[in-house]
Design a protein around this ligand. Sequence first.
Ligand code: 3PY
Ligand code: MG
Length: 274
Amino acid sequence: MAPVTELSNPLRAVFTKAERPSLGVWQMFPGANVSRAMARTPDIDWVLVDCEHGNIDDGAMHDAVPAIAALGVSPIVRVADNQSWMIKRALDCGAHGILIPLIRTVQDAKDAVMASKFPPWGNRGFGSPYAMERFNPVPSMTDYLQLANDSLLTMVQIETKEALADVEAIAEIRGIDVLFIGPFDLGNNIGHPVINGEIKPELSAAILRIRDASHNAGKKCGIFCTSGAQASQFAEIGFDMLSVTTDVSGLQHFLAESVSLARGAGNIAKKTSY
Ligand code: 3PY
Ligand code: MG
């Protein structure tokens, strides 16, 4: 078998080319068929498998990640918490990147990097028989071991008051690829929650500070959006990674709108679980 020289990672490839922002969708229902339906969305680079707030346990994650990867889209896993065993499970099932919620300190972010990287850089354990098949061409275990540290993406969520205060230092950490904003938690934690979709000026200023800190450190900045229109607005002001919708809110909206049209009541305003 010819050696593989890089792990195919569609999301990282978009970041490297830096020609356009990257769009993705957010999986919260379990099931490989849900993953495949989402990964077939035209023009997306990634599907995020949400083990923090979604109904996705370890087994469902192991079903979702290969289903997404098989369609040439990057499977990204949001782990439930910043714990090394959760990061290990996500990477071992073949995630192309991980997203870690509720980072608070520089040390939290450094711990996340350590858990994501094989020695000598970090302390990730080696031995998954599954991860290799999530890349095309499929690397040998040895190739995966040698390429994973530089190919997989480590992304941290900036959504606490403490992380916002230290965002410039967090952005500088080697091995953090993306700072990703959770506007709902960030708003709650700085005392300006998103209510009925409204982003207050204080939250807006915090979001722009995180964008600037990321870019000043040569890192990418992402944000969770609740609609395509909102994702487009953030793309226009320089965000690199936009979530467009979730399976739950997309389904709710589609069903409500279809029933409304069937009753002759016309299109409905977007009203979903967010
Ligand atoms: C937030 O808005 O807090 C998120 O993490 C999105 O899921
Ligand atoms: Mg959050």
